[in-house]
Design a binder for this molecule. Structure first.
Ligand SMILES: [Zn+2]
Length: 295
C-alpha cells in the first residue's frame, strides 16, 4: 500500500483526527513538532482522502491561517475580536454569499479536491498542504485576505464610532438637562441650530474652544454637537433634510447621543420652505436672523 507524508503548518491535530477516520487510511507516525504525519492508504481511499484534506484546508487550516495572519497585521484587535470577525466572515464565505477571486466558494473546493486527488494518484511521497494552498489556492487566499482586511477596517471604523458616541453621551450626562427646546436642521452641506421660535443659536465661546481643539478644521456638525451638549436641552426637534447622508450621519449620531430627547419633525412646513429655498442658512442680519416657522 502506498505511503505518504502530509505536512500542515496550522491545524495539525485536526488533520490527524480527520485523516485517521477515513476508512482505508492508517496513520503510522505523527510528529507534532514538525506538524507532519505519515500514513499508509489504500488506493480506493484516494477520493475520500482528497475530500478530507480539502475539508481540513477549508475549515481548520483556513481559520488558523487567517487568525495568524491578522494577529501579525492587526495588533489593535483583541484575539476575541479577531476570532469573532473571522467566524462571521467565514460563515458568509461558506454560505456562498460572496465570490472570491471571481469564483464561487464551491468551485474552489472542487479545484482543491481535484488537485489533491491528482497528487495522491501520482503517488507523491509528500504533500505539504501549505505549499498546495500557496500554489493552487493563491488567488483564493489573496482574495480572502483582502476581503478580510476590509472587514477589519470597517470593524475599526464602527468601533471608533461607538467609542465617540459613548464619549459624547458621557459628556452629555455631566450636563444637567435644561428645560428648553432646540431645533436642529441637517441640510446636505451643513447643520445649524435654532431655538423654539426660530432664532439662530450660536455660541462664540464654544466656537472658539471647538475651533482651537479642532486645529482650525472645524465643521458645522462638530460645532453643533458641542453647542447641543453644552446647552443640554431636554427636547430636540430634528429637521433631517438629508436622510440619505452617508453613515454615520449627524442625525443618527444625534439620535444615539440624545436618544429619547430627540424627536423628528416629520417633514414640517419649515423643512418644506427650506427645501424650496435650497437649504439657505438664515444669516445674522438685523432682520434676517429669524425665519418664519409655520407650525
Ligand atoms: Zn422640519
Amino acid at each position: 500500500m502506498p505511503i505518504i507524508k502530509v505536512t500542515i503548518n496550522h491545524a495539525f491535530p485536526a488533520l490527524i483526527d480527520k485523516l485517521s477516520r477515513v476508512s482505508g487510511v492508517e496513520v503510522k507516525d505523527e510528529d507534532s513538532l514538525a506538524n507532519a504525519l505519515i500514513c499508509e492508504y489504500h488506493p480506493h481511499a484516494i477520493p475520500q482522502m482528497s475530500q478530507v484534506l480539502t475539508n481540513v484546508l477549508f475549515s481548520d487550516w483556513l481559520f488558523a491561517t487567517l487568525e495568524a495572519q491578522l494577529q501579525t497585521e492587526q495588533r489593535q484587535l483583541t484575539n476575541d475580536e479577531l476570532e469573532y470577525l473571522i467566524l462571521v466572515f467565514l460563515h458568509e464565505v461558506r454560505s456562498g454569499e460572496v465570490t472570491i477571486a471571481k469564483r464561487a466558494y464551491s468551485e474552489w473546493i472542487n479545484r482543491s479536491v481535484q488537485g489533491l486527488h491528482a497528487l495522491l494518484n501520482a503517488n507523491q511521497t509528500i504533500i505539504s498542504l501549505d505549499g498546495f494552498a500557496r500554489f493552487r489556492l493563491r488567488a483564493f487566499m489573496n482574495g480572502l485576505s483582502s476581503m478580510m482586511a476590509d472587514r477589519v477596517g470597517q470593524f475599526m471604523i464602527d468601533r471608533e464610532y461607538e467609542e465617540s458616541v459613548s464619549m459624547l453621551k458621557y459628556m452629555l450626562e455631566s450636563q444637567p438637562s435644561v428645560e428648553r427646546e432646540l431645533h436642529v436642521f441637517c441640510a446636505p452641506d451643513r447643520v445649524w441650530i435654532t431655538d423654539a421660535s426660530g432664532g439662530l443659536v450660536r455660541d462664540s465661546d464654544i466656537t472658539e474652544i471647538a475651533l482651537a481643539e479642532s486645529g482650525g478644521d472645524l465643521n458645522s456638525e462638530d460645532l453643533a454637537m458641542s453647542i447641543l451638549i453644552t446647552r443640554s436641552p431636554c427636547r430636540i426637534v430634528l429637521h433631517d433634510m438629508n436622510p440619505d447622508a452617508m453613515w454615520p450621519s449627524f442625525a443618527e449620531t444625534l439620535d444615539r447621543v440624545f436618544s429619547e430627547r430627540v424627536q423628528r419633525c416629520d417633514h414640517c412646513s419649515t423643512c418644506q420652505q427650506l427645501e424650496q429655498a435650497h437649504h439657505h442658512l438664515p444669516v445674522d442680519g438685523p432682520h434676517e436672523h429669524r425665519f418664519r416657522r409655520n407650525h
